[in-house]
Structures are given as structure tokens and as C-alpha cells.
Ligand binder design. Structure first.
Ligand SMILES: [Zn+2]
Length: 105
């Protein structure tokens, strides 16, 4: 069971909840990404980074393109924009982006 899940791991799956609202002197919008437990991996070696990334995000807010998610659609997290140290080849900084995810048939 655990191994099968790990082979098909797509990490945590989120549903976008985008809301526009009016404020006293203008307007704004809010994006909430709600984790969908039944589609999400409970955590394995492949997606373990996501838990830490999400809890760190509150401070850094570095999810790429979060403004462009579509309301009601499902998204997974993917690593992008790795920056390697040119001398050591070790990845020093990287970001996660949201990618559309479809429920497998
Ligand atoms: Zn996983």
C-alpha cells in the first residue's frame, strides 16, 4: 500500500479558491489553496520536501505564479528554477510552482 502510493506519488494536491472582493477604497483578490486530502500523498521520500516548503512559505511567499491559478481547479506542487552553485554543482536555491493536476480516470 505504502509502496504503491509512493510510486504514483504526486505529492500534495490543492484546490484553488480565488475570491475577488471590494474594500473600502478599492478591490483585491485572495487565493487560497486548500489541500485535498483524498488525492494527496500522506508523505513519502519523494514529496517530503513539500511539507517543509509550505510551512516555510508563510515567511517567504515564494510560490511562483500563484496569482494565475484558476478557481476550482486542482493543482500539485512542482520544483522549478533551481539555481546551482557553478563551482560545486549543488542546488542552492529553488522554488516551487503550482501545476494543474487532473484526477486520474
Ligand atoms: Zn509522496
Amino acid at each position: 500500500m505504502t509502496n504503491a502510493m509512493e510510486d504514483n506519488c504526486h505529492g500534495q494536491i490543492f484546490k484553488a479558491d480565488v475570491q475577488n472582493y471590494i474594500i473600502k477604497r478599492g478591490f483585491g483578490f485572495a487565493v487560497r489553496m486548500r489541500k485535498i486530502k483524498k488525492f494527496s500523498c500522506p508523505g513519502c521520500e519523494r514529496c517530503g520536501w513539500q511539507h517543509g516548503y509550505i510551512s516555510d512559505m508563510a515567511g517567504d511567499g515564494d510560490i511562483q505564479d500563484i496569482e494565475s491559478v484558476e478557481h476550482g481547479k486542482l493543482y500539485a506542487l512542482e520544483i522549478c528554477d533551481e539555481e546551482k552553485n557553478p563551482e560545486t554543482g549543488i542546488v542552492e536555491t529553488w522554488y516551487a510552482k503550482l501545476v494543474r493536476w487532473e484526477q486520474p480516470k
